[in-house]
Design a protein around this ligand. Structure first.
Ligand code: GLN
Length: 304
């Protein structure tokens, strides 16, 4: 069966889930998004793309941005990065404060908020123009210069970002933040606020599917071994305390965000992005996860 046919079949099959879950409303600007969108877009390593639904509507990528920021930090720091942040699944909520205290200020992995806040700190310390360098990198990956921050979303999130501020304070207390707390939070929220469409996100994620070729976007270069490791961290940590369930159901390295987006890769073949704002209790898109589960089931293509 062709991908187009499979996507149509998947869309019909997940339709009954359309009212399940709830969009993220703890960020006021995200509460305004129409929760009834659904889109899925596959971009293959041979340059073809297949889509269904709202694949050209921009959404807030939120924590999917953590894959891009990790890529930059790993390119800059190499293995030294792992002195500041671990690479173990957390088994806890993405914004857990308790775990950070138990781990004495070393976040479990770069995909929970604490880890991504440390990564934001590293980028602030090392990039000449952090805000524009990050955006340039994402634009290059997606091959689309129109991608941008949504300043309203970033400001809205900061206005209620009490837990992330608490996380940043705790990191500072343990000596794991070099920059001013407010500067790090501002950059972290900006990175989360980037808006992309499913088409753009699947294009950007293609870089993680190309195991053999060069990962090189401006000054940011990763070896194929480093790309492999980013995929490993997506597989084990990309869905927080839902990572086991996602792995069991889908079987593709992936990363979710509370904007309802997911980026995933089938190494050497394609990258796929889904978007549907209604989330399950762990903060992951209900329809997106189901669509990916059906995709790997119907195609019989997964990493396992
Ligand atoms: N900006 C969001 C936050 O910090 C990102 C969380 C997510 O997408 N899981 O809460």
């Amino acid at each position: 069966m062709s991908y187009n046919k499979i996507l149509t079949k998947i869309a019909a099959e997940i339709a009954p889930l359309r009212n399940q879950g709830k969009q993220a409303d703890y960020i006021p600007a995200l509460a305004k998004v129409d929760p009834d969108h659904f889109g899925i877009c596959i971009t293959t390593t041979s340059g073809k793309s297949y889509g269904w639904g709202d694949i050209d509507t921009p959404f807030s990528i939120q924590s999917v941005s953590k894959v891009f920021s990790l890529s930059m930090a790993l390119a800059i720091m190499g293995e030294e990065l792992w002195k500041r942040v671990d690479k173990e699944p957390s088994g806890s909520a993405f914004n857990s404060l308790i775990q950070l205290e138990l781990d004495h200020g070393i976040p479990r992995n770069p995909f929970i908020n604490a880890g991504a806040i440390v990564v934001a700190d590293i980028l602030l310390s090392h990039l000449p123009h952090p805000h524009s360098d990050y955006l340039k990198f994402v634009r290059r990956m997606a091959d689309d210069p129109t991608i941008n921050y949504n300043f309203e979303v970033a400001t809205s999130e900061r206005s209620v970002g009490y837990i992330n501020a608490a996380i940043a304070n705790m990191l500072k207390y343990y000596g794991n933040l070099e920059n001013e707390i407010e500067d790090v939070l501002h950059f972290y929220f900006l990175m989360c606020s980037v808006e992309m469409t499913c088409r753009q996100l699947s294009h950007a994620f293609l870089a993680y599917a190309h195991a053999k070729s060069q990962f090189e976007f401006g000054d940011i270069r990763l070896t194929s071994s480093q790309v492999k490791r980013i995929n490993a961290i997506m597989q084990t940590c990309g869905f927080y305390n839902d990572a086991g369930e996602y792995s069991y159901l889908v079987g593709l390295p992936g990363k979710s965000g509370v904007g309802g987006g997911i980026g995933a890769v089938y190494p050497r073949r394609y990258a796929v992005a889904t978007w549907s704002p209604r989330l399950n209790s762990k903060g992951n898109s209900v329809m997106g996860m189901k669509a990916l589960e059906l995709l790997t089931t119907y195609t019989n293509e997964s990493i396992f």
